[in-house]
Write a protein that binds this ligand. Sequence first.
Ligand code: SF4
Ligand code: SF4
Length: 523
Amino acid sequence: MTRRAIQAICLALFVYAIYLTHYPFTEYFPVDAFLKLDPLGPLSAALVARAAVSGLGLALLMLLLTAIFGRIFCGWICPLGTLLDLSDRLIRGAKPRPVKVDQRWLWVKYVILAFLLGAAALGVNLGYLLDPIPLITRVFTYAVAPMVAGASNVGLDLLRPVFEKTGPYWLARTSIDVPRFGAGAALWFLVFIGIVAGGLIMPRLWCRVLCPAGALMGLFSRFSLIRRRVSDKCDQEGDCARRCPTMAIGKDRRTTRQAECIACQTCRDVCAKRGTDAVSFGVKSAAAPASPQPSEDRGVPRRSLIAGTGCGMAAGFLTALDPMGLERMRTAVRPPGALPEREFLRTCIRCGQCIKACVTNTLQPSGLADGLEGMFAPKHLMRLGGCDQSCNLCGQVCPTGAIRPLSMEQKRHAKIGTAAIDRGRCIVWEEDRACLICDEACPYDAIVFRADELGVRRPYVVEQRCNGCGLCEQVCPIGGRSAIRVSPHGEFRLAKGSYIELARERRMTFEPVGPTEDSFEYY
Ligand code: SF4
Ligand code: SF4
């Protein structure tokens, strides 16, 4: 009961953190706490970046706690684990039928971990693909949050006539912004459905077989001080092995696969319920020795681990090689304060926090066009929305420091790219028609009109004043692709140091100005 209550509280806190990740930001709750507690994300980011990333301290603390208490993260804290407990109960009922599982299934997650570490050793961060907390955060960001917002609007629409008559009247005028994401984002929802459907095969199939974070913590939990202990009262007749959600109990029920045990204590409860009371959890001692490893276990074959590491290194090598030269061809505009591109891709765990927090919905997960290494990293889709010049949330919520937390002034100077006019599409250049919408939208007066030899005034971008906010691209009235587009050309990407200083050195100035004369001279 205590564990269930703690699981419920952790899940509620996780959902609350997701909810709080929006504009305006409230700093009283650490919205990235779960992302930092999951040791695999910060650890693999640090390994790939070969530097201490933000959140590494908490990740190491979690590993230390695992070495003391066992895999408590999996049994008590992990929101994905809790959701799987819930879905498994729905799928299989309170008293599930026994499942026969070959222990070789348990090895798969160690091979996956070896693969991810192999890729990390060559500087490519693939850990995010199967890391449970970034994964479930993406599911909530890209699927659950838009669905909840959409459903709330449907409910509000239905009740609007009632609110208009009886109040509260403000509810009659309320509607919730529904965040929009590309089709690629739906992929994560399908992945989640697949993980839940794993319950049809066996409970917590994901945790038993696939989760690399579980495997990492399993390595540390082998040495844990607090362990399952089984006394001589055990008659080998109980249901404990069948009810264990991770197959941590061997054929001999007095034995325990310590690396698999998630300290959920189901076996103790089952045993106590039938009156045997042979199982307890605590520090091993002469009076209460720890339960030994099952004699039938042979451990993960070395060949599989070597093959996993080798494949990971090969994947890392091929990705880092960038055979198509995608890095040079990159068109993705990264959020303000993003580390230099290579470090950024190494440090970003694709959790989608910045994307969730983005007030204008301009941040979107990258697709394959940005290369395998760039997949799912945040980029701007200016056509959907420019970067709001009064918001600096993405850097505040990033758990690994892939986007630096910046003051508003620093953020304004963190130039993310430069706008360029496509003269073949611009109606002023191409059709000699009047338009100054981009000029009106630009907060920095970076678009000016200059008369050509015939005296017709045409728009130009002043690169020294454009910080790439993309508001011009958003509002351009041309259908489809905008006639003014922001590219990463001229972006400022600093791992440390001041953007204001850099702008000063390059004689650039990004000071907001009101409408200027040239806007009106045109007409
Ligand atoms: S095995 Fe992975 S998904 Fe399952 S509870 Fe542990 S960390 Fe969470
Ligand atoms: S950049 Fe965005 S997606 Fe990447 S780690 Fe930071 S918050 Fe998560």
